[in-house]
Design a protein around this ligand. Structure first.
Ligand SMILES: [Zn+2]
Length: 245
């Protein structure tokens, strides 16, 4: 785990699981004096899709989140929002925590007809949250709490958002890229994109901005914090070694 401070928040990046190739699944926990926000939830009971069990309690240290922020509905991000056995009864994992998510593309997930498939975790999880009255859809650029804003980064997965903290000095970029090398070669990160052309356009728009802003950045599937650094027209990922835990 490694923690940075932004505004009134301690932002802790923690690995909840790793894929067999050791790619991490990072979650972010945002703690202030008033609240604890969990950003994404790992795979939870969708682990049978692959050896990637991820129970978000492991990174919460016994705390109950005040609210959850979901970057997108892919299985390795949303599965941990529920408990139970996949294909049978599922229930909200955090029964008192509202779930903030971008409203765009919710219709896409509601209307999918392959909701029984673990490859489509989003439709079933969305249904559980809506049934429980926990879903809080918000528009692009909405602040879900002071200093925590959701910004649309479309293309990879319908409705994907990144989480912008403070004035943009700290950013959780979710699956904007899947490997550090994709910061330099965004055209290589199409394998998991729902809309590869849109995903590439988003990467080409957002990554240079992160460099200009000098933001401290984390992605779900890249280890640790880092920065997007510009060298002329080229970009690269520069891992950031932080003091303390
Ligand atoms: Zn992912």
């Amino acid at each position: 785990m490694s923690t940075v401070h932004v505004g009134s928040y301690h932002a802790t990046l923690a690995v909840v699981a790793r894929f067999t190739d050791q790619t991490p699944v990072n979650l972010l926990v945002l703690r202030s004096d008033e609240a604890t926000y969990l950003v994404d939830a790992g795979a939870g009971p969708v682990a049978h899709w692959g050896p990637c069990a991820g129970e978000p309690e492991a990174v919460l240290g016994g705390e109950q989140p005040s609210a959850i922020i979901l970057t997108h509905w892919d299985w390795d991000h949303s599965g941990g929002l529920v408990t139970g056995t996949w294909g049978e009864a599922l229930a909200p994992r955090f029964a008192d925590a509202p779930v903030y998510v971008l409203e765009e593309a919710l219709a896409f997930w509601r209307e999918r007809t392959d909701g029984e498939e673990a490859t489509n975790c989003g439709t079933a999880v969305l249904a559980v949250l809506e049934e429980a009255g926990l879903l809080r859809p918000v528009a692009d650029q909405t602040s879900v709490a002071r200093g925590i804003r959701l910004e649309s980064i479309p293309g990879h997965s319908p409705g994907q958002a990144m989480v912008v903290l403070g004035d943009g000095e700290v950013v959780f970029g979710a699956d904007l890229v899947h490997e550090a090398v994709h910061v330099t070669r965004p055209q290589d990160d199409h394998e998991y994109d729902h809309d590869p052309a849109l995903g590439l356009a988003t990467r080409r728009r957002v990554l240079p901005r992160l460099a200009r802003d000098g933001a401290l950045v984390a992605f779900t599937h890249v280890d640790g914090w880092g920065r997007v650094v510009a060298h002329g027209d080229a970009l690269s990922w520069q891992a950031e070694v932080l003091d303390g835990g």
